[in-house]
Design a protein around this ligand. Structure first.
Ligand code: MLT
Length: 238
């Protein structure tokens, strides 16, 4: 199994035969995993606030979630704090965040598109082992720049893969793996630029939650439905 990682959400190339794992550890992909674990049926990642409001008009009962600058968007039902996403049995969520939901949409050319995070690292690794495809990790970054938490987040998943299978790591993937091997998630997330920004905005509990390794047994998998990206739990495909 060949494993590569991008430094930030640059253009994805030659992904048609690969599994692509998009990460926005703080916080969009952690929120997606949490929402599905809380019973949400479908999550529609959308890029703009305008698209979110217009999609809500088409899907009765859908909840709008997301943020700009870390703060809940006025008129939305939920922000982007994973801790808000509880008791969602059967609900549809339309999610729009600054970086994460845009990155997910950039990865639709993947053979299999997965939303990864630290809270579901083991579930994602187990799913990748079953798929047995080469893997590209795609960090969402922060405002198109490198982000420590996504790069290390991939490393925790790579470590789990390497325990089970012979893996061939690109140079960048090796750095991500080593970073995760020597640093616990809480330290990485608290030290990161975006972690500090969230703590200053009053979201210290989110940062703590997003660092909980292997908390959730859920794998968010994306597919195109009528030209629109929708994310559901991999359980539907078993
Ligand atoms: C993003 O998409 O940029 C993040 O998820 C921002 C956040 O922390 O809410």
């Amino acid at each position: 199994m060949k494993i590569d990682i991008l430094f930030y959400p640059e253009k994805l190339k030659n992904a048609e035969d690969k599994a692509v794992v998009v990460l926005d550890v703080l916080r969009a992909t952690t929120t997606i995993a949490t929402a599905l674990a809380a019973g949400a049926e479908k999550i529609y990642p959308v890029s703009s606030i305008k698209d979110a409001f217009s999609l809500k008009k088409k899907i009765s009962g859908a909840l709008l979630g997301g943020e700009r600058g870390g703060i809940k968007v006025p008129g939305f039902d939920l922000g982007n704090s994973p801790l808000e996403y509880q008791g969602l049995k059967g609900r549809t969520i339309i999610l729009s965040s600054t970086n994460g939901t845009k990155t997910l949409k950039k990865a639709v050319s993947a053979k299999t598109l997965i939303a990864g995070s630290i809270v579901n690292a083991k579930a994602v690794a187990d799913y990748l082992l079953k798929l047995n495809l080469d893997v590209v990790f795609m960090p969402s970054g922060t405002d198109s720049q490198f982000s420590l938490e996504d790069f290390a987040g991939a490393g925790y998943i790579i470590s789990l893969l390497a325990e089970e299978k012979k893996v061939e790591l690109s140079d960048q993937a090796y750095v991500s793996f080593e970073l995760a091997r020597i640093n616990p998630p809480e330290e990485i997330l608290t030290r990161s630029f975006h972690g500090q920004r969230l703590i200053n905005l009053g979201f210290a509990r989110d940062v703590e939650y997003c660092a909980k390794l292997n908390l959730l047994d859920v794998v968010p998998v994306g597919r195109l439905q009528e030209g629109r990206l929708v994310i559901e739990s991999s359980r539907l495909f078993r």
